[in-house]
Design a binder for this molecule. Structure first.
Ligand code: AMP
Length: 417
């Protein structure tokens, strides 16, 4: 199937051609005609499936088919869970609308709002936003959602994971009830189905990859080892394989920083990306990674969500997520839009139960190996005892610093006798 047969205009075909896409991906083949028919769509699609173009192209065609409205009110709203994803989605809108007279912009928190306000005041047809900043600016009267004709919830599952349900409901109430709704999600929990049921009108279901399965092109392997040997194993894999672009996942922000520092010490160019980093630092780390200046990006799940890194050959799970769906999201970063990739999980004995959860979700066994020199020797009991000890020490440390804290206020405390 070609893009021409999907009924897209010449201006869009020209932009697609410029991007170098030859054929629509499966999600694009299915979603584009339905969106052009003005249906509500509930799509199961992961990052890497080409989902963004799957909604951006038909939306641009719809918006372009009429006259631009005076003052350019927001006619399409795309909500995303993270700032990075918002920026990437808007980039794509910009590229596909190169030959059209439509304006788009992106707003998200963590950066100065003034430039965003200035752009909004000039009028935009398409607004890509994260929920918090959107509500802030709407409350301030900087933007109105009263003329929204099309709403997209992108990566809806992650929005719920990040606690955006209340914000989403508030935003829904600010829009006209007559509008087209599109919901994209990689997984379909009960909560997502409930949310979808609450605002989609007779939605058509579209599936790109079967729900909750990983892309076939990703080779998945588990290396069993001890906790204390993980860093060394990551260094060995990256340096011996001479890997130039690797995304490594840790469970915590602190863990991401620590690992990134250790990799740097071992002479591997690395950067960490997580929620405690400023927006500037995150953007810089991602740009360095994309340009090849940084070989390894160490990320937490939330920070990595929605990152658009084309042709990512290697993903390493330094620690497995305890939510099996997060594994699917993580490895969705490899083997994107037709390229092949490898997902490696480095697993210690206390994570074996997570492997089982993932296998259950995928409906298949993961291949598991031991690398000579990195054989696992710890028992589950040893690891759990060590964890409990660390936790107790951590808590002791915290409570002693709390005790040392000077009391606030002006001495209204009862004195001890
Ligand atoms: P997405 O799933 O929207 O994050 O897209 C993943 C990547 O695939 C992006 O880098 C897109 O630029 C790229 N892409 C989207 N559609 C196509 C296509 N039809 N052919 C090749 N690459 C595509």
């Amino acid at each position: 199937m070609s893009f021409t047969s999907l009924g897209l205009s010449d201006a869009l075909l020209k932009a697609i051609n410029k991007k170098g896409y030859t054929n629509p991906t499966p999600i694009q083949q299915k979603a584009i005609p339905l969106i052009l028919e003005r249906k509500d769509v509930l799509a199961s699609a992961q990052t890497g499936s080409g989902k963004t173009a799957g909604f951006a192209l038909p939306i641009l065609q719809i918006l372009n088919s009429g006259q631009p409205l005076r003052h350019r009110p927001v006619r399409t709203l795309i909500l995303t869970p993270t700032r990075e994803l918002a920026a990437q989605v808007e980039d794509e809108f910009r590229e596909y609308s190169k030959f059209l007279d439509l304006r788009s912009t992106v707003i998200f928190g963590g950066v100065n709002a003034n430039p965003q306000i200035r752009t909004l005041r000039q009028g935009v047809d398409i607004l890509v936003a994260t929920p918090g900043r959107l509500l802030d600016l709407e409350n301030q009267g900087v933007l109105s959602l009263a003329k929204v004709e099309i709403l997209v919830l992108d990566e809806a599952d992650r929005m719920l994971d990040m606690g955006f349900l209340r914000d989403i409901k508030k935003i829904l109430a600010l829009m006209p009830s007559k509008r087209q709704n599109l919901l994209f999600s990689a997984t379909f929990s009960k909560e997502i189905k409930q949310l979808a049921g609450s605002f989609l009108h007779h939605p058509v279901m579209v599936e790109a990859t079967p729900v909750n399965t990983t892309a076939e092109k990703v080779d998945q392997i588990v290396y069993r080892t001890d906790k204390g040997k993980k860093t060394e194993l990551v260094i060995k894999l990256i340096s011996e394989g001479n890997w130039q672009q690797v995304l490594v996942f840790t469970r915590t922000k602190h863990g991401a920083n620590k690992l990134s520092q250790k990799l740097e010490k071992a002479g591997i160019r690395s950067a960490a990306i997580h929620g405690n980093k400023s927006q500037g630092a995150r953007t810089k780390a991602l740009a360095g990674f994309k340009s090849g200046k940084v070989a390894v990006l160490v990320a937490t799940d939330i920070a990595a969500r929605g990152l658009d890194i084309p042709l990512l050959p290697h993903v390493i799970n330094y620690e497995l997520p305890n939510i099996p769906e997060d594994y699917v999201h993580r490895i969705g970063r490899t083997g994107r839009a037709g390229a092949s990739g490898e997902a490696i999980s480095i697993v210690s004995v206390d994570e074996y139960e997570y492997v089982q959860g993932i296998e259950k979700l995928l409906g298949e066994k993961l291949e598991s190996e031991v690398i000579p020199g990195f054989e696992p020797t710890e028992s589950l009991k040893e690891v759990l005892d060590k964890k409990a000890e660390n936790k107790a020490q951590h808590q002791k440390g915290r409570s002693s610093t709390q005790k040392k804290k000077p009391t606030k206020g002006r001495g209204f405390h009862k004195r001890g006798r």
